[in-house]
Design a binder for this molecule. Sequence first.
Ligand code: PLP
Length: 405
Amino acid sequence: MQIPEKGLPKEQVLGTLQSFKSHDMDWKAGKVWCYVYNPGEDPAEVTKEAYLSFLTENGLDPTVFPSMLKLETDVVRMLATLLHGDENVVGHLTTGGTESIMLAVKTARDRARVLHPEITRPEMVLPKTAHAAFHKAAHYLGVKPVVADINPATFKVEAEAMRAAITENTILLVASAPSYSQGVIDPIAEIGALAQEKDLLFHVDSCVGGIHLSFMRKLGYNVPDFDFTVPGVTSISADLHKYGYAAKGASCVMYRDKDIRKYQIFACTDTTAYTLINPTVTSSKSGGPMAGAWAILNYLGEEGFMNIVETVQAATQKLIAGISAIPELEVLGQPAMCMFSFKSNAINVYQLADAMAKRGWYIQGQFSTPLTPRNLHISVNYGTTHQVDALLKDWRECVELVKGM
Ligand SMILES: Cc1ncc(COP(=O)(O)O)c(C=O)c1O
């Protein structure tokens, strides 16, 4: 394949692009139970317009585009407030959870290089359920991941398991609020206390939970403290492009203060071109995702988010009750929000996922490990809530099908 010699007509270009999607699964119908977070047509349209209106602006240089700095500071401040940060909390917008996590690990590594030069082989302690992004960060940044086992009954790590994994090379503790796989929240307060006792940085991965859990709390749900209210928490990642319902390419990493954050920033003048000062991994940075995020927060407002969260939680409870009524299936642990997983002792759940896929549903299979059985994952989002009854009906039928296999 090569670039066409002469340009093609616009209709052909755009039509062909659309045709590429013909084999994609139907997220618009609410049949994909992960990956996509759909706030409904009207808010999605606002995000889209906002995104397109900043498609070309470049966050690389806020002296040329002060608008980008304004967008970033506004969104970071809104999230910092939501997560109970005080005026010292600072942060940046990134392209996603992985970049936010990568930066939190880089910050810890570079801080340790200055404050603890005796540590030549830095380590971070993370639960088995921590997202793979931490392993990626470890791999990229030369930090050793030391994995603490979880309690196989609760799927949470215990602070004592984290303590046992700490060595003189530890620079960072990590926990999730919640973990993706089972949707449970690690004991953040206890790990925060441990971080303080050992004088370590502590990152809370709230990529999926940061926004949704905060609104659950405002609605009066019983949510344990997981944010800057917890002493010892030094940084938090919260994704806008998940339960913030923003367009993809938007996450936020926040630090308790500037003294920690300063290790995140990279600057370079040792070239022939322009002064490069990059707080995040990317250098050129589209304004689209930032404008999209700014727009959805302002368009939905607290009220809009709370309506979404209530609808999503009601759907989640109905699904969990529906699954629990199927004797062959069992929900794992006590999910904190709208993400959960389930296993079966009677059937192969991977076959169940395949049978459901034949009916157009995407239900994600998760690893069987010494600490977790074969299981399937569900993330409920606003755009799937109307499909709960249809999903349960097909589920019941597919369990019967698979039983006969
Ligand atoms: C808990 C958690 N952290 C981090 C990530 C990584 O986020 P992203 O896919 O935006 O890089 C995910 C993704 O699902 C996640 O669930």
